[in-house]
Design a protein around this ligand. Structure first.
Ligand SMILES: Nc1ncnc2c1ncn2[C@@H]1O[C@H](COP(=O)(O)OP(=O)(O)O)[C@@H](O)[C@H]1O
Ligand SMILES: [Mg+2]
Length: 353
């Protein structure tokens, strides 16, 4: 990009919530801005569908005020704040806007980072993909979309060829070392150390899942500050563990309730049972399992395939890019669902134990 060439394809980043997609987008934004040189400036625009609900509002951000003034000196007026440009009645049409973006990108390449992209409205998304395609073919413009695993399917329904040609990046859990670093480094920066056995426990308990790592990091930092400690040991770990457990149970409980409301709990339990013995499984296996555990009246309205998609959309299972195999989604909602199921069965027939 900084050499004035288009990066080739759009990027789709997807993965279950809490995997660090937003953090990664922020990091990318920083990196891009770092590589911007004086003679070849780059511009990043970070957004979510909530911030820019319409293409018009997005355009106002994408095209800099300088270009608007240059291209349509008589068609714009300054907004109340002095810096917000509003189109007047002779608003430029889509082709004008794309040309403006292309001219602007030739001078100053643009990286558009759209977070929570799975919540885009279909028409908005269609427009955005069109803009991207046209801009990208003519100037250095890069569109990065980040969202939950449902994003890929959503984009396919809007524009299948866009998904085919994009670079797809699955965002998965961290490695053990990166998990340890994520705990140790921020504490270290504050002069707080953590004992090796305590760290090992935290790394394992977090399941290398960024959201849980962050829960641990925050709780440990709090206890260190509260007690003015320079060294954290198993004792402090034991103290904060209940708090972590509670927050995690709430998080899992909400997800389990959603599955229950969707009448997908029996299928979820059966799938979790399959995943007890394996890390990955085929689509065919999942289809069979769901077919055996369909919601009461679903056969009339929804196909087994749709139930599979619903389970994926709710991140119970997920299909990372470049493989046909499915993995567990949010770690480890499956274990939680199974544990709750066992409790349920035991309560129903205590004599069986
Ligand atoms: N690489 C990482 N190391 C440690 N914590 C992380 C990392 N990435 C994300 N987190 C933390 O995990 C949580 C979820 O990250 P976020 O980017 O919001 O996830 P997502 O956008 O995928 O839902 C945040 O609290 C964030 O601070
Ligand atoms: Mg996010």
């Amino acid at each position: 990009m900084s050499a004035g060439r288009s990066p080739g394809t759009e990027i789709i980043m997807y993965g279950p919530r809490g995997m660090g997609k937003t953090v990664l987008l922020n990091w990318l934004e920083n990196e891009v801005e770092k590589t911007a040189q004086d003679n070849r400036p780059l511009r990043t625009v970070q957004s979510t569908p909530t911030i820019f609900p319409s293409l018009k509002s997005l355009w106002n951000k994408l095209i800099s005020d300088d270009w608007k003034k240059k291209l349509w000196p008589n068609q714009i007026e300054l907004g109340a704040g002095g810096n917000k440009i509003v189109w007047n009645s002779k608003a430029p049409d889509d082709d004008d806007l794309v040309s403006a973006l292309i001219e602007e990108c030739k001078e100053r390449p643009v990286v558009l980072l759209m977070d929570e992209a799975h919540t885009m409205d279909s028409r908005f998304c269609q427009g955005l993909l069109n803009i991207s395609q046209q801009a990208r073919q003519n100037a250095p413009f890069l569109l990065v979309l980040a969202g939950t695993p449902g994003l890929s399917h959503f984009l396919t329904t809007v524009n299948a060829s866009f998904v085919e040609r994009s670079k797809k990046m699955g965002i998965a859990r961290l490695e053990a070392q990166a998990t340890a670093d994520a705990i140790v480094k921020p504490l270290d920066a504050d002069g707080v150390h953590i004992a090796a056995d305590a760290l090992e426990h935290v790394v394992e308990d977090s399941q290398h899942y960024p959201y849980f790592i962050q829960l641990w990091g925050e709780a440990l930092w709090d206890v260190a500050k509260e007690k003015d400690l320079q060294k954290l040991t198993s004792q402090e770990i034991a103290e904060v563990e209940t708090k972590i457990e509670n927050r995690r149970s709430n998080f899992y409980g909400e997800r389990r309730n959603t599955l229950d409301e969707l009448e997908l709990l029996p299928a979820a339990v059966a799938i979790a049972t399959v995943f007890q013995d394996t890390e990955t499984t085929t689509r065919a296996t999942l289809i069979d399992v769901i077919a055996d555990n369909l919601p009461a009246d679903s056969h009339a309205t929804q196909s087994v395939n749709e139930h599979l998609q619903t389970l994926a959309r709710h991140e119970f299972i997920w299909n990372p890019p470049d493989t046909d195999l499915y993995e567990a989604g949010i770690p480890s909602l499956m274990r939680y669902v199974l544990d709750r199921q066992r409790e349920h069965v035991q309560k129903a027939s205590p004599a069986a134990e």
